[in-house]
Design a protein around this ligand. Structure first.
Ligand SMILES: [Ca+2]
Ligand SMILES: [Ca+2]
Length: 92
């Protein structure tokens, strides 16, 4: 493969990566968090337990990670605090 072709391919990949991360940052600024992790209609102990099972797990851009409630790439104390703040609320 010629050098010019490689540069074009790398530029396309770079542009696509920038677009993906820009899109992700736009969505992560949303103040609407989904805390009903198991989608049973209420944020409760079951959701807390699911979050505990995934505590400190990292979530890549390509994965669906419902326990990463604030979409910052990791399930941690911030997600726990958001969930506790919504505890008992019905989502359906
Ligand atoms: Ca639930
Ligand atoms: Ca998180």
């Amino acid at each position: 493969m010629k050098t010019k072709t490689r540069i074009i391919i790398l530029a396309i990949i770079l542009i696509m990566a920038v677009l993906f991360f820009a899109t992700k940052s736009i969505f992560s600024k949303s103040n609407t968090y989904i805390t009903d992790i198991n989608n049973d209609g209420i944020t409760d102990t079951i959701d807390v337990n699911i979050l505990k099972l995934h505590f400190n797990e990292k979530c890549s851009f390509w994965q669906s990670c419902p326990t990463d409630i604030n979409h910052d790439g990791v399930t941690d104390i911030n997600d726990f605090n958001i969930l506790i703040g919504q505890y008992g609320k019905k989502s359906k």
